[in-house]
Design a protein around this ligand. Structure first.
Ligand code: FAD
Ligand code: FES
Ligand code: FES
Length: 1436
């Protein structure tokens, strides 16, 4: 088998490339042949602007040729034995046998030829790369094109334009059969640690752009592809290029910084919004900005970076070029077990195929068909893939408009429009501009590069961004069949699939004609999504008006909406009625009423958010009215009145894409030894391996002999009796080995999960949708999944169905016990206060969205009942415990190993243990290795997440804002089992005071038992919820007192030495310092005044500013929970191996441990190695969580090192100039052990809940964050303009890692409080099961300016080198964005005369923002009587 990751094709004898004068050179480092040519030759996209006219049908060339003679890659021994292959599409209903010969699939991967003789059309590139070619650098994150983890670069040569096109693509949606003649480049193909890394890989690692590293290969490939096309990209291109890649760890800033090093900038943010350069004015009027950024230590040094040399890149394989140029073409047919793929060579053949297989989809990008097949179970026996038909790529400028081939990708269309628009008179480009605008935000660059215009139009998705615009633009579709050509309009009837206006089954769409707009014709595009980029629109719209002449009377009007019906909807009657009316406010008013009547959305409409959608319908209309009025005024200032200045804000764009950051941290102590790495911003130990794809995650491990795959059947009902389970059909499928139910687990089906027993597989009754019912085990993942679908379970629904906290309170459905903490005398205090207010705030849950889903491989060793478990977990000992209790085996037989985890955030503790226990049971039962990897949708459905919270408070305060009494109730939604919920509410109670001294406090907390998947730990462990409740209370007090929230916060804050409600001493000096520094650093007062001025001048846009303090107690609540152990070996060559109980999940704990060893043993970091965590080397490990992993394990590592040093001291002092090799050898000769364990007992801590006092925490992390936002009152959109964070981190062991923790957590918090919204049906079914429905922050969401400053450390402490743990605390600071939005919404409401209390729940989504900014439009919409309809979703 060829090894596509390691070699390159041989140097060709003669170059057939159009740039034939180029010369060949051998790169000594990479051992590759490279073609040296000018950078312009490397780009392929420029070709797309070449207008080409469609060839007449008969001129389509028929070519013949084959890839014979090339060595084939033999099938992997692990590959599923293939069924006998059919030579072509087999006869079936309506299908004649195809006359074609089955083809060999030939493409290149990383410069190596791949020939697949049995290409299965159902196989996607991602599993092919990972399982067949063993190129595991490309990751699975979602399987649906939504996360970018699987990004690869596809290169294709066009023999007609003689250009190569490189584009990014999602391997999870690329059928391998579509790759004939293409070159695929994966992360392994651009560099590796053996032959040399690529500058992109180097820079992303050295700029600290990787944490868990799971997203990194995808990021690298997006960046790499950009550089292949634009070696010196602009910042716009850079942010666009990364728009389709999600990262859950870093907060994107370091990734942007890494990429920026390739941009041709001079340190300027390129944000010349006011026409002034940032360097000239100081960003946001912050004087001294540039000077400050220069004087602080840097996280990386650009001087070290490898230069980017475009001539050193992989060239396009000459063989593929020759094939494309010379090889006679013929139709290719790939026959799989169930599906046949036909790739016709010419238009004639395409049409013939369409006649023969009229029901077969015409697959271009597969971004619509692919997800349909994968997620909706649709099956097509035949696929027609016309990717080679030139006529589908036509670009033709005609007198009446632009004609674009249906086969052009959306990225190509975007480039073409960007090229064409400046060349045409402005009045002709209205539709083109509107299309270009939406193409900028439609999906991410990978999807845009894959998806075709024809596929987009034909899919007729209800939320299509382009169809509303193409429809208002009077576009026509050119259709072709064997019977000839015809044109149909792209109008409402086409969109509704009316038979007389739709394609006939044997027709295909050839091209789209987009007419040029005329003078006095205006077209606009609007959309609002949960996230600005890479998110389907909630509502979108295309609007066009034509006035005929300059008199301003409507001659034509066309309005289409997406997202508000089963397909794109036309407000036809409304438009008709408005014709002849002048363009004025009364027309607008009538238009709004008409549209609301015509586009009537029922309360139960799918997708929910009904009132928001209704409001958007007319808010967009209003925007259109203003836009057109503004242009009319510009065109004819005499006849058209000016818009009022403050209304103009409705038209301004919110999003700026240029990011800028300033990071301040203390330099390492100058008294340190030069080689001592502690305090230095050392790169993540695995950073380079993350970037090259060499870092091995659980599912990257090669298959074990005879390995099986396990998948789950989960409950489809929220509360029901299991009447029967029928496994017969599933068991009869080939490859199915076993199906386990609760019966098989009799006697071991209950695990003692922390505080309560939990059932592994449901028995008799189910308590939530997603509960595990059966485990299907088969010899492949595909077969296991197929069989799981055939398991038939009959349920009988049961009462009550409790989903929400309110319902749980109503039914008194709680887990015991209630927790309570009381301090002072609340009732007495209420008697003396000036004012009392009562309020409540509700906060939704959060999905962990670790990029690596739950993964495990259990391998029975075949001897002494030993078992190895390779698993992605934060708590190996716990997995070991759960497995041994299920297997009734002693712990010394079952070992759990964790090399690294691709993100965890609390979600890989209890949930993983349940999955591992079942998987291990199957492995033991069957005596074979079993792998279980959850798909993203399964993971989101099964594993729960952060607890939704309801906080009710009664607060007594003085008129100056001083709070004297606070009585709070916390209710968390625990789901159907207790899991860690009790611990979460306990931590919530202990941390609820945040930074405030409440002299009289009562707080009670309960966990609600509901019919939802059980919720669990998530970064912050209750604090983000309770902190928000407390801060809301403070904000409301401020509003009542007429004071600023900042003032009320300052008044109530802890000052110097004080006592917490549980009577632990607190020294708040650093808190006050953080607060003051944050106020100063953010120029709070100056900017508050600027915000107020902005708000006074702008009616439809408002800004908000908020500053929030942080006191985050760190500690695990008991001495035992804090114990940690380490093992350090010194080998005779002087190298050191360290291992400890902490798990590397992105936070960089292994890097810090090596820093510790390096300091303690005074040995270079390069001589110290760490292989991972295992219960075999460190028994009885504690959970990695609670911000203390490095802290505790570091003390154990230090202890081991000191033991070794003590032993070796006499040897070292005898030979102080010796090396570690000398000392180790001497020690060996003197029989002194070179191996030592280290131990740390944990911090003394206790909490007596009866008395309500204790010392549960070791120390406090203090901080403050100030955020400024701008909101669009008409759409609910928001932008974080700037965030300033000051943190007290003690003495940072590694400022790069620590800044990474703070900013990564901050962005995760920002997501929690603003856009991350889980949606459930009224029956308790989770709708949000992937990145396409659940939006975590993407690169477009991060603050435009981010300033982070670490407080200068002042005190030494018992912690590791006086450092502080930072994993969780920063998350809460994300609520500064929540309160800034709150501030902006308040400003809008005040201006509109709405002076009552403002109740805003979390997350503050566009829907909530828009609906809170009440105005004439929100008043205009119809409202549904509660109870008069069944809503699509319910707030959980
Ligand atoms: C992650 C993700 C994010 C997305 N985000 C957005 C977004 O923000 N906004 C938005 O509007 N859309 C979005 N989409 C949808 C996307 O725009 C469409 O999936 C895409 O345009 C379909 O094009 P395709 O070439 O991949 O179609 P395919 O999947 O290849 O085909 C789709 C359908 O079109 C038919 N078809 C294709 N070409 C022809 C032809 N020439 N003649 C006749 N029939 C034809 C096929 O038969 C098939 O039924 C997103 C999709 C994904 C996966
Ligand atoms: S795995 Fe392909 S985009 Fe997520
Ligand atoms: S580093 Fe990006 S997801 Fe973990």
């Amino acid at each position: 088998m060829t090894s596509p990751g390691s070699a390159f094709w041989r140097r060709p004898a003669r170059c057939e490339h159009p740039g034939a004068e180029s010369s060949w050179k051998r790169n000594e480092l990479t051992e590759r042949w490279i073609l040296v040519r000018s950078s312009s030759q490397l780009t392929g996209l420029s070709s797309l602007s070449n207008p080409r006219v469609a060839r007449p049908l008969g001129a389509a060339r028929r070519l013949l040729g084959s890839a014979a003679g090339s060595p084939a890659i033999p099938r992997s021994p692990r590959a599923r034995p293939s069924a006998p292959r059919r030579p072509g599409p087999g006869p079936g209903p309506g299908m004649a046998a195809a006359p074609h010969v089955a083809a060999e699939l030939l493409f290149y991967v990383n410069g190596r030829k791949v020939i697949e003789k049995n290409a299965d059309p159902e196989t996607m590139l991602l599993p092919y790369l990972r399982k067949k070619l063993r190129l595991t650098g490309t990751k699975y994150g979602c399987g649906g094109g939504g996360c970018g983890a699987c990004t690869v670069m596809i290169s294709r040569y066009n023999p007609i334009t003689k250009k190569i096109r490189h584009y990014p693509a999602n391997a999870c949606l690329i059928p391998i059969c579509s790759l004939y003649g293409a070159a695929v480049t994966t992360v392994e193909g651009i560099g590796n640690t053996r032959t040399g890394i690529h500058p992109v890989q180097e820079r992303i690692a050295k700029c600290h752009g990787t944490q868990c590293g799971f997203c990194t290969p995808g990021m690298v490939m997006s960046m790499y592809t950009l550089l292949r096309n634009h070696p010196e990209p602009s910042l716009d291109q850079l942010t666009d290029a990364l728009g389709g890649n999600l990262c859950r760890c870093t907060g994107y800033r370091p990734i942007i910084d890494a990429c920026k090093t390739f941009c041709n900038t001079t340190g300027c943010c390129q944000n010349k919004e006011n026409g002034i350069c940032c360097l000239a004015q100081g960003i946001n009027e912050l004087p001294g900005f540039e000077e400050e950024s220069k004087t602080h230590p840097k996280l990386f040094s650009e001087e070290e970076f490898l230069p980017l040399d475009p001539t050193q890149e992989l060239i396009f394989p000459p063989e593929l070029m020759m094939m494309a140029e010379k090889q006679p073409k013929r139709t290719r047919v790939f026959g799989g077990e169930r599906m046949t793929w036909i790739s016709p060579v010419s238009l004639v053949e395409l049409l013939e195929a369409k006649v023969k297989y009229p029901q077969a989809p015409v697959v271009m990008g597969n971004t619509s068909v692919g997800p349909e097949v994968k997620f909706k179970g649709v099956f097509y026996p035949v696929i027609i893939a016309p990717d080679r038909i030139e006529e589908l790529s036509v670009v033709s400028h005609e007198y009446n408009g632009l004609t674009l081939g249906a086969g052009l990708s959306l990225a190509q269309v975007k480039d073409i429009l960007a090229n064409v628009i400046p060349k045409l008179p402005e009045e002709k480009t209205q539709t083109l501009r509107a299309l270009l605008k939406h193409l900028g935000t439609l999906a991410g660059p990978q999807i845009r590069s894959m998806a075709s215009l024809g596929g987009h139009i034909m899919s007729r998705h209800l939320d299509s961004d382009l169809n509303p615009l193409l429809a208002v633009g009077n576009c026509t579709l050119k259709l072709l069949s064997k019977d000839g050509e015809r044109q149909i309009p792209l109008n409402d009837q086409f969109l509704k699939k009316c038979s007389n206006m739709d394609l006939k089954p044997e027709e295909i769409l050839i091209s789209v004609n987009i007419p040029y707009s005329r003078k006095w014709e205006f077209v606009s595009a609007f959309r609002q999504a949960q996230r600005q980029q890479n998110a389907l629109a909630i509502v979108n719209s295309g609007m066009r008006v034509f006035f005929g002449e300059g008199e301003g009377i409507i001659r034509e009007l066309s309005i289409y909406y997406g997202g508000v019906g089963p397909t794109t909807i036309c407000a036809k009657n409304s438009c008709q009625k408005l014709i002849g009316r002048p363009w004025n406010e009364s027309m607008l008013d009538a238009a709004c009423r008409l549209v609301l009547e015509e586009v009537a959305l029922p309360g139960s409409a799918p997708g929910g958010r009904v009132e928001f959608k209704r409001t958007l319908l007319i808010s967009f209309l209003f925007k259109f009215y203003l836009e057109v009025s503004q242009i009319l005024k510009r065109m004819d200032p005499v006849h058209y009145p000016s818009l009022e200045d403050k209304y103009e804000s409705a038209l301004e764009e919110l999003h700026s894409r240029h990011h800028w950051s300033i990071l301040k941290f203390q330099d390492a102590d100058p008294r340190q030894l030069p080689q001592d790495p502690v305090g230095h911003p050392i790169m993540h130990l695995s950073g380079i391996k993350h970037a090259t794809g060499e870092a091995i995650y659980c599912d990257d491990m090669p298959a074990v002999d005879q390995e099986l795959f396990l998948t789950f059947v989960t409950s489809s009902r929220a509360h029901a009796k299991i009447v029967s389970i029928d496994l017969s059909e599933a068991l009869s499928l080939p490859g199915v080995v076993d199906i386990m139910t609760a019966e098989h687990l009799e006697g071991v089906n209950n695990l003692s999960l922390l505080t309560e027993h939990e059932t592994l597989l449901a028995k008799d009754e189910v308590f939530c949708v997603g509960q595990l019912v059966c485990a299907v085990i088969a010899d492949s993942e595909v077969q296991a999944k197929k069989a799981a679908k055939r398991v038939k379970i009959i349920y009988k629904d049961m009462e009550p169905l409790i989903l929400t906290i309110e319902e749980a309170i109503q039914h008194k459905s709680f887990f015991e016990p209630e927790r309570k903490l009381e301090y002072g005398n609340v009732d007495e205090a209420f008697k003396v206060v000036d004012q009392i207010l009562e309020g409540e705030i509700y906060m939704g849950g959060q999905e962990h969205f670790y990029m690596e889903t739950q993964s495990m491989l259990v391998v029975p060793k075949g001897e002494d009942q030993e078992m190895d478990i390779y698993v992605s977990t934060q708590f190996p000992k716990y997995i070991q415990d759960m497995v041994t209790s299920t297997l009734k085996a002693p712990a010394n037989k079952v070992m759990c190993h964790v090399r690294r985890v691709g993100g965890a955030f609390g979600g890989k503790v209890t949930k993983t243990s349940v999955l591992a226990a079942i998987t291990a049971f199957a492995a033991r039962k069957l005596g074979r290795a079993v792998r279980c990897i959850l798909e993203r949708g399964e993971d989101m459905l099964i594993t729960g997440g952060r607890h939704p919270y309801l906080g009710r408070y009664k607060v007594g305060f003085m008129n100056n804002g001083k709070v004297l009494a606070l009585d709070v109730e916390h209710y968390s939604n625990g789901g159907f089992s207790l899991d860690e919920s009790l611990l979460v509410i306990e931590m919530g109670i202990l941390k609820m005071d945040n930074a405030y001294k409440f002299p009289n406090l009562r707080c009670r907390a309960r966990v609600c038992r509901t019919n939802l998947p059980s919720n669990t730990a998530l970064r912050g462990f209750g604090f983000p919820q309770v902190g928000l409740i407390t801060e809301s209370c403070i904000t409301e007090v401020a509003a009542k007192c007429g004071l600023s929230p900042k003032k009320v916060r300052t008044i109530n804050m802890y000052k110097e030495i004080d006592q917490t409600p549980y009577k632990q001493e607190i020294d708040a000096k650093s808190l006050i310092q953080c607060w003051r520094e944050c106020v100063t650093m953010s120029s709070y007062s100056l900017r508050k005044a600027a915000v107020e001025k902005f708000n006074a001048e702008n009616y439809w846009k408002k800004k908000g500013l908020a500053i929030v303090p942080l006191k985050f107690p760190v500690g695990l609540g008991s001495l035992a929970a804090g114990q940690a152990a380490a093992l350090v070996h010194i080998y005779l060559d002087g190298s050191v191996l360290v291992t400890h109980g902490g798990i590397e999940m992105g936070q960089g704990v292994h890097t810090k441990m090596i820093q510790v060893v390096s300091r303690e043993l005074r040995i270079p970091m390069a001589n110290v190695h760490l292989r991972g965590t295992s219960t075999e080397t460190i028994p009885n490990t504690n959970v990695s969580g609670g911000s203390v992993v490095a802290d505790l394990n570091g003390l154990a590592v230090k202890d081991a090192c000191q033991t070794l040093l003590k032993r070796l001291e006499p040897i070292i002092s005898k030979n102080p100039r010796g090396t570690w090799k000398d000392w180790a050898q001497t020690a060996f000769m003197e029989s002194i052990s070179l191996s030592a364990t280290g131990f740390f007992r944990g911090y003394e801590s206790d909490m007596d809940w009866e008395k309500g006092e204790g010392h549960p925490f070791e120390y406090f992390v203090f901080g403050a964050a100030c955020s400024e936002v701008e909101i669009d009152c008409l759409t609910g959109d928001h932008k974080t303009i700037r965030t300033d964070i000051v943190m007290d981190v003690g003495y940072s062991i590694n400022p790069a890692l620590d800044i990474g923790q703070v900013e990564g957590a901050f962005i995760q918090g920002m997501g929690l409080y603003t856009i991350e919204e889980l949606n459930y049906s009224p029956q308790g079914v989770l709708y949000t099961r992937g990145p396409n429905q659940y939006k975590i922050p993407a690169i477009c969401d991060i603050p435009t300016e981010l300033h982070i400053s670490f407080l200068s450390p002042s005190q030494n402490s018992n912690t590791l080198y006086s450092s502080k743990g930072l994993g969780e605390s920063g998350l809460f600071l994300g609520c500064s964005v929540f309160f800034a939005i709150h501030d902006a919404v308040s400003a809008a409401r005040q201006e509109r005369g709405l002076l009552g209390p403002l109740k805003l729940n979390s997350p503050l989504t566009p829907e909530k923002i828009r609906m809170a900014c009440e105005d004439k439009f929100t008043k205009m919409i119809p409202r549904d009587e509660p109870g008069s309809y069944i809503p699509w979703n319910i707030p959980i």
